[in-house]
Design a binder for this molecule. Structure first.
Ligand code: GDP
Ligand code: MG
Length: 179
């Protein structure tokens, strides 16, 4: 990870991981961001390790290599290789399922255990389109994020609310940390 130079100037490549309980919408957040796709019946992803998305910051090309679990989180078996070299993380819960919010401290611990550098972290309350069955208030999300020093955003991979924003805030923060 980091920067390299060639004829076209500086390039940056940052690894970002998406973590959180099973079925909170991690894979759909990534497919929404990287391909503008959503899948109502998505099964635990097999095979795809990461997707890359580029953006320009300060006239420089910044590539985010965003990693998605292959469903291992169901078995609490996300490996250290998954976290290795990550400069950013989206830590995701489902606003309609309280247990997924209660798991967040465990995910933050795991992230801390496996990272050897400053990691830009965004707490993501996904499925904010499900307002009618909301189980975690916006305030609770904000409060947890503030106490842990995380950015916070509610998103919907279904209707696209804040998805680009959530990823780009993390990517910009990493860029600011390293440049
Ligand atoms: P993962 O296990 O965390 O990767 O979760 P998935 O991305 O596979 O999503 C699990 C289920 O939640 C799927 O049925 C998705 O269609 C659904 N889902 C994901 N994101 C959203 C969202 O923003 N809103 C709603 N209503 N459903 C979502
Ligand atoms: Mg998945």
């Amino acid at each position: 990870m980091g920067s390299s130079s060639d004829d076209e100037g500086e390039e940056y490549l940052f690894k970002i991981v998406i973590i959180g309980d099973s079925a909170v919408g991690k894979s759909n957040l990534l497919s929404r961001y990287a391909r503008n796709e959503f899948n109502m019946h998505s099964k635990a992803t097999i095979g795809v390790e990461f997707q890359t998305q580029s953006l320009e910051i300060d006239g420089k090309e910044v590539k985010a290599q965003i990693w998605d679990t292959a469903g291992q989180e169901r078995f609490r078996a996300v490996t250290s290789a998954y976290y290795r070299g990550a400069f950013g993380a989206l830590v995701v819960y489902d606003i309609s399922r309280r247990s997924t919010f209660e798991s967040i401290p465990r995910w933050l611990d795991e992230l801390k255990t496996h990272s050897d550098t400053t990691v830009a972290k965004m707490l993501v309350g996904n499925k904010c389109d499900l307002e009618n069955i909301r189980d975690v208030s916006v305030e609770e999300g904000k409060t947890l994020a503030e106490s842990e020093g995380l950015f916070f955003m509610e998103t919907s991979a279904l209707d696209s609310t804040n998805v680009i924003k959530a990823f780009e805030i993390v990517i910009r923060e990493i860029y600011n940390n390293v440049s």
